[in-house]
Design a protein around this ligand. Structure first.
Ligand SMILES: NC(=O)c1ccc[n+]([C@@H]2O[C@H](COP(=O)([O-])OP(=O)(O)OC[C@H]3O[C@@H](n4cnc5c(N)ncnc54)[C@H](OP(=O)(O)O)[C@@H]3O)[C@@H](O)[C@H]2O)c1
Length: 383
């Protein structure tokens, strides 16, 4: 993949290698770079958009994903490394949470966009993923696991046209290894080496001189051979696993009538509704018995074509994760098709991995039926 004109997201872009990758992407003519950081971040280049993202926090990841509409390349760079012996379960858990589950969560959130663009993922690994470094025991375990995850995403996403690259780095002169006396490559040279490898289409990238010495042996070695052999054993396709709940129906009524019915939310979404719905910025709170509370804000409205609500303040008391709906979006798209008007409903973010997916899908299916009745008969529904 060429970086020029691409939209790129780099995690942990405020310092170290992430900052160098951000600068290198800009230097190579990226169209837009999303720089995700845990704290406040500003960049002088107007092509840079800062997003807050701690990769251990599902809600922050979802909020960030809501801000991004197109993506060509996801760079999973953020990570931690504490030098520690192989003793402490808590230290291993912390490394796995950030270095394995972090990129996993981020990849899961952004892969729908990458499938759409037929884009790429670049996971920043380490030579410690290939063989562990004893003073970085927990880190090595997490990077080896992250390598396995990278191979799996490569196999799973290949059919969607998404390329998954791994960069195996030797020591780089950043805060991470500041106190370790050894030869280190500069972050700028490593960032350039990583993008050179990506632009050459290398699946596994060895960007610095210590890593480069191993590249040929690795590419012709047994691990790559077994990886491609095992990649044939894919589970049967389960379509839509990471896709949001969606339903489409058609009615004879005009787009204007459909648009008005959607905004007349009290007439088809039963329960207690406080507030208003009709113009941009309107907000209403929905309550259903003690089971469901959520606030919907109208964040996009195109008369007779589209309505988007953003959900906050959610509390679904029948689940163990009652705030699951927060920062999801409820989208109604209206289009005239021949003699009919098609309505596509999507609860963006309500995916099968959600605890409430089954119950909420059932609820929405009922209310979409109720909306259709409201459109076709003009009558409000009762529970
Ligand atoms: N330096 C090396 O020798 C070396 C060698 C091989 C591989 N690598 C890999 O290169 C990548 C970058 O490391 P680096 O050397 O640039 O390290 P670094 O200077 O310590 O920077 C780490 C970055 O990750 C971010 N981060 C840490 N925990 C996070 C979390 N929970 N959520 C989101 N961001 C988080 C940090 O953000 P804050 O500023 O908020 O802490 C920072 O931006 C890592 O994946 C690392 O494993 C480094």
């Amino acid at each position: 993949m060429k970086v020029t004109n691409k939209t790129i997201l780099v995690t942990g872009a405020n310092r170290g290698l992430g900052k160098a990758l951000l600068e290198e992407a800009l230097r190579r003519g990226a169209k837009k770079v999303y720089a995700t950081t845990r704290g406040p971040f500003k960049h002088a280049d107007p092509r840079v958009t800062a997003l807050t993202l701690d990769q251990t926090d599902e809600i922050q990841i979802r909020q960030a994903a809501n801000e991004v509409s197109d993506l060509d390349l996801l760079v999973n760079n953020a990570g931690v490394a504490h030098s520690a012996e192989l003793i402490d379960v808590g230290v291993i858990q912390e490394h796995l949470d950030v270095n394995l589950l972090g990129p996993f969560r981020v990849t899961r959130a952004f892969s729908p966009l990458l499938k759409r663009s037929k884009g790429a993922i670049l996971n920043i690994l380490s030579l410690a993923a290939i063989a562990p470094v004893p003073i970085f025991a927990a880190y090595s375990i997490s990077k080896a696991a992250s390598h396995s995850m990278t191979q799996l995403f490569r196999a799973y996403l290949a059919t969607h046209g998404v390329a998954v690259h791994a960069a195996f780095l030797g020591p780089v002169d950043t805060d991470m290894v500041r106190d370790i006396p050894m030869d280190k490559a500069s972050p700028a040279s490593v960032a350039a080496g990583i993008f050179d490898g990506l632009e050459r289409g290398e699946e596994d990238i060895f960007p610095d001189s210590m890593a480069q010495a191993l590249a040929e042996g690795w590419r012709r070695g047994i691990v790559k051979a077994v990886e491609s052999q095992n990649a044939k054993y894919m589970p049967p396709e389960t379509p839509g696993k990471d896709e949001s709940f969606t339903r489409t129906f058609s009615v004879e009524q005009s787009p204007k009538e459909v648009f008005e019915a959607i905004n007349d939310v009290r007439s088809w979404w039963t329960g207690d509704i406080e507030g208003s719905s009709g113009k941009l910025g309107d907000e209403f709170t929905y309550r259903y018995k003690h089971l469901h509370r959520s606030t919907q804000k109208l964040v996009e409205i195109v008369p007779d074509k589209k309505v988007v609500w953003r959900v906050s303040n959610a509390h679904l008391s029948f689940t163990k994760t009652p705030a699951e709906w927060n920062d999801t979006q409820v989208v109604f798209e209206i289009a005239r098709k021949g003699d009919a008007t098609e309505v596509r409903f999507t609860h963006r973010g309500l995916v099968p991995t959600f605890e409430c997916f089954d119950a909420c899908s059932g609820g929405w299916t009922h209310y979409i039926g109720s909306l259709k009745k409201r459109i076709t008969t003009g009558l409000a529904q009762k529970e």
